[in-house]
Design a protein around this ligand. Structure first.
Ligand code: PLP
Length: 401
């Protein structure tokens, strides 16, 4: 890193961009990250421009068109795809539903999913729904205690001539384990299967390359690790796979009508984008992405893992603690999940919040059978905050234990 970059990445400067850091210790970016001030300004500037020039004036419409084009280019650079392969959605869930509800499923079809109830519901319910609705078989692959699975098992089911699609989370929402998405991608390619990725917990915190993964579809939100505003998500749809999906909605922007009143879909991404979009979200996301790009995902990963490792190192010695997820740093994100025998995660999370520390309670074993406290720190968190977090955990344990 050269001097200028070092200055830009200076944690004190970064923290000034995130006002929450003045008041609280915020370690809940796996749920909803704060936006930097520059993003708030971009959204406000956009609204001011609309109100001064008229939202449906040609100048503002041209601005919106260029904003969307630029954003598609930046997103394409981020995940290594073409700008036309980027579709703006509301959320990860919406993108995954584009896939699940977009095919003509046959009763004989098989879908491979990791872990069933252990998967995030956003990447489980849409597939379960399809299986209930059309009789499609959902093969739920067994997982080990860290959320990993037997690749040979997937390979075996993938070879069944009825298997059509594999769905997988890139990073697990509960333990932060990084799934072997590239290896599964090779299986999908060998058997000519469709491959869909839930990247809600990966884009913005680790490198994501859709070509390396070899997926047809990948969905993620703008408002977790990219620090964008709520209500904007991205759906990557590989050019060659777009024709396989029928969009859930149809309208003026996504299709044309012929003289015989036949409806013909436009090319992707227009095919999936009916009506006006969330332009505020787009303006904000473009700004947040520039922030992420300026820091660089590799640098963000280093900063995040430093904090995550400090948390693990400091809580390891707490009596009665279980820390979930793989030990190997290469196999996990900055999510740190743990449970303490004597204090329920619910109580721990609410007590921490009373003390100004925001973390989350999440299932660590699917179906609500076992819960954990999940800390999901990002690049604005510090070593001092880790010490305060750990001291508070110890104090709460002493109070209840
Ligand atoms: C792995 C995973 N998938 C999907 C979602 C749902 O994301 P969204 O709110 O963007 O639909 C989440 C949210 O926490 C998640 O962690």
């Amino acid at each position: 890193m050269d001097y200028d970059e070092a200055k830009e990445n200076d944690i004190d400067i970064i923290r000034k961009d995130f006002p929450v850091t003045k008041k609280k210790i915020y370690m809940n970016c796996g749920s909803f990250a704060p936006t930097p001030l520059s993003t708030i300004k971009s959204i406000t500037d956009f609204l001011v421009r609309c109100s001064e020039e008229g939202p449906d004036s040609s100048s503002v419409q041209e601005y919106i068109t260029s904003l969307m084009q630029d954003l598609r280019i930046i997103l394409g650079q981020l995940i290594n795809c073409e700008p036309e392969e980027i579709i703006f959605t509301q959320s990860t869930t919406e993108g995954l539903n584009y896939v699940a509800s977009g095919f003509k499923w046959k009763k004989s079809d098989i879908i491979i999913a990791r872990g069933g109830l252990h998967e995030h519901y956003a990447n489980y319910f849409p597939w379960l729904n399809i299986s209930k609705k059309y009789g499609v078989k959902l093969e739920e692959i067994k997982i080990d205690k860290n959320g990993f699975f037997d690749l040979d098992k997937i390979d075996k089911i993938a070879k069944n001539k009825n298997t059509r699609l594999i769905t997988l989370s890139h990073v697990l929402y509960n333990s932060g384990a990084i799934m072997p998405v590239e290896e599964v991608g090779k299986i999908a390619k060998r058997q000519n299967l469709l491959y869909s990725i839930d990247a809600a917990q990966s884009v913005g915190t680790i490198n994501v390359d859709v070509k390396k993964i070899g997926c047809d579809f990948l969905a993620f939100p703008g408002f977790k690790w990219i620090c964008g505003p709520p209500g904007i998500g991205i759906f990557y749809c590989k050019k060659e796979s777009a024709s396989l999906l029928t969009p859930k909605y149809i309208g003026g922007e996504s299709a044309i009508i012929t003289d015989e009143k036949n409806l013909v879909y436009s090319e992707s991404p227009q095919k999936f984008q009916t009506g006006f979009r969330n332009y505020l979200g787009i303006a904000g996301l473009a700004s947040s992405l520039k922030y992420i790009q300026r820091l660089g995902v590799n640098e963000i990963r280093k900063m995040n893992m430093k904090v995550a490792n400090e948390i693990i190192e400091e809580i390891r010695t707490i009596p009665g603690i279980s820390i979930f997820g793989p030990k190997d740093e290469k196999l996990r994100s900055s999510i740190v999940s743990f449970a303490i025998d004597s204090v329920s995660p619910k109580v721990m999370v609410s007590r921490l919040e009373k003390n100004g520390i925001i973390v989350a309670e999440r299932d660590i074993v699917g179906g609500g059978k076992k819960k954990a406290v999940r800390a999901s720190p990002h690049f604005f968190n510090t070593t001092n905050e880790v010490s305060t977090l750990v001291q508070n955990i110890k104090n709460i344990q002493n109070m209840f234990g």
